[in-house]
Ligand binder design. Structure first.
Ligand SMILES: Nc1nc2c(ncn2[C@@H]2O[C@H](COP(=O)(O)OP(=O)(O)OP(=O)(O)O)[C@@H](O)[C@H]2O)c(=O)[nH]1
Length: 312
């Protein structure tokens, strides 16, 4: 475990560090409450061993402030064990109230310290597995299972924040709606399984364009999402003038360049997409209007023969 040892006595800290290191733990020492808070803010620990009596900020107050830092992160709870000379009932109650988890006397025999560390190691391992599982769940909740792009839910959440930022910064905001042409006919002709493969390939092509535009700083922050079914979106949160048109055209070209056969896609003979690309000033519009405008332009692209981008 990586342990944060908080103790104002260098002599005690040296002895405790040596004992903990002999059990195989890594120890970082803070000699006052503020130093402990600073280290906790900058590094991640599996356990905190907290002295109670320290000049300035005592162990209880330091613990309350550490819990305050954790309050910003869901699921965060680093075990904190108080280490003190007097294991009175009052100390125990105050320790738990301050956010501590356990209590150990400075005079505890080596075996007791070792046993407590063993119990805490189990909790640390469990926390790490929980954090991993939670990360995976979060990932699944935000991404579309078929294409790996952001899903509609994640896109909506991101748009809410990005829209606010664009309003504050006075920047333009762009939305591109992209729809695979005659996709029902593709499914009917090639089968649903091939339809899924096709959607994956189209998604990767769209994502590639968005990522390149972001990486080249042409469209900073641009990202792609699966809007639903055979519809995709690209968001450009701080859109330089005209960039939405370039990104829309690049998407049309990138999908056509996949050269995926689609016999029943009118005269094109391969898989193509139609795009509606909108750029607005968030200060004078609403999010729902952007979607409506992009939809209108998308249907204009469909009506004018597909495999093209219509923009404002
Ligand atoms: N294989 C597959 N098909 C899907 C998926 N989601 C939606 N679809 C299909 O996408 C098709 C969309 O058809 P329509 O909305 O009629 O549109 P379209 O055929 O592309 O016609 P236009 O938009 O006018 O070019 C439907 O047949 C849906 O079943 C999916 O995840 N996998």
């Amino acid at each position: 475990m990586k342990i944060l040892l908080v103790d104002d006595s260098r002599a005690i800290a040296m002895i405790t560090t040596a004992r903990l290191e002999s059990f195989g733990h890594e120890v970082r020492h803070a000699n006052n409450g503020q130093a402990a808070i600073d280290m906790f803010r900058n590094e991640s620990f599996d356990l905190v061993l907290m002295d109670i009596e320290m000049p300035g900020m005592n162990g209880f107050e330091t613990t309350t402030r550490i819990r305050g830092l954790e309050g910003h992160e869901p699921w965060a709870w680093t075990p904190i064990i108080f280490v003190t000379a007097t294991d009175s009932d009052t100390n125990l109650i105050t320790a738990i109230e301050a956010g501590g988890d356990d209590f150990i006397s400075k005079s505890s025999p080596e075996g007791v310290l070792q046993a407590k560390m063993k119990a805490m190691s189990r909790i640390a391992a469990l926390r790490s597995r929980l954090a991993q599982a939670n990360g995976k769940l979060q990932d699944q909740a935000n991404h579309d299972g078929l294409t790996g792009l952001f899903n509609r839910r994640a896109m909506d959440m991101r748009i809410d924040t990005l829209w606010e930022t664009a309003v504050q910064k006075g920047k333009a905001f762009s939305l591109l709606m992209i729809d695979v042409d005659n996709f029902k006919k593709y499914n009917d002709h090639y089968g649903h399984q091939s339809g899924d493969d096709c959607l994956r390939a189209v998604a990767a092509a769209i994502d590639g364009v968005a990522m390149r535009a972001d990486a080249d700083r042409l469209a900073p922050g641009a990202f792609a999402a699966r809007y639903g079914g055979e519809e995709f979106s690209v968001i450009i949160p701080e859109a330089p003038p005209g960039v939405h048109v370039g990104v829309g055209l690049s998407i049309v070209e990138a999908v056509a360049a996949l050269n995926l056969p689609h016999e029943r896609n009118e005269s094109w003979g391969r898989v193509t997409v139609s795009v509606g690309a909108v750029c607005v000033s968030p200060a004078s519009s609403m999010v729902k209007d952007v979607f409506r405008q992009a939809d209108e332009l998308l249907y204009k692209a469909k009506g004018s023969g597909r495999n093209r981008c219509e923009s404002n």
